[in-house]
Design a protein around this ligand. Structure first.
Ligand code: GDP
Ligand code: MG
Length: 178
């Protein structure tokens, strides 16, 4: 797949949005490298990783994943970051109602300024911290449904639902005509 999309091999830009500390970088590292590093440092500048997955219908999807720290602090730069993105993954931390409110802010931003056909996922991360949960699962489900988003709870720490997140996104991508 020489860098282009065709009917069998899609190549898509995916951006992660959400409050600092919700686990965006850990989700990416878990998905791409199968690792979790609890001492990982804050992302400085932008980081770019890619990962290809194969679907059951023998198509492949190459995710080009953009993970930055900048968008959390410099909201004005965010449109540069999500411009042209086919997929936006909006992440919150299930132990932090503030991060859930911030996720809703990002969804509204994307609805205003993102590509009209962008595929959006709402992700409640740190599901392993269920005893500290402050955002009910149902709140995530309801908000995602109202906004036409795919919803899932994940744990980058235990790997729970990380691959499922990307597989479900892949299934929802618009397919170019063959
Ligand atoms: P980012 O700022 O959104 O990129 O967040 P990071 O990926 O840097 O993670 C922030 C902190 O949350 C780090 O201390 C991680 O170890 C921790 N963290 C990330 N994902 C999880 C998770 O699923 N469960 C738990 N318990 N901690 C997590
Ligand atoms: Mg980060």
């Amino acid at each position: 797949n020489g860098g282009v999309s065709d009917a069998k091999n899609l190549r898509v830009k995916l951006v992660l949005l959400g409050d600092s500390g919700v686990g965006k970088s850990c989700i990416v590292l878990r998905f791409v490298r199968g690792q979790f590093d609890p001492t990982s440092k804050v992302t400085v500048g932008a980081s770019f990783l890619s990962q290809t997955i194969a679907l059951q219908d023998s198509t492949t999807v190459k995710f080009e994943i953009w993970d930055t720290a900048g968008q959390e602090r410099y909201a004005a730069l965010a449109p540069l970051y999500y411009r042209g993105a086919a997929v936006a993954v909006v992440v919150y931390d299930i132990t932090s109602p503030d991060s859930f409110a911030k996720a809703q802010y990002w969804v509204k931003e994307l609805q205003k300024h993102g590509s009209p056909d962008i595929v959006m996922a709402l992700v409640g991360n740190k599901a392993d911290l269920n005893e500290k949960r402050e955002v009910p699962v149902q709140d995530g489900i309801d908000y995602a449904e109202k906004n036409g988003m795919f919803f899932i709870e994940t744990s980058a720490k235990t790997a729970d639902n990380i691959n499922q997140l990307f597989e479900e996104i892949a299934k929802r991508l618009p397919r170019p005509a063959s």
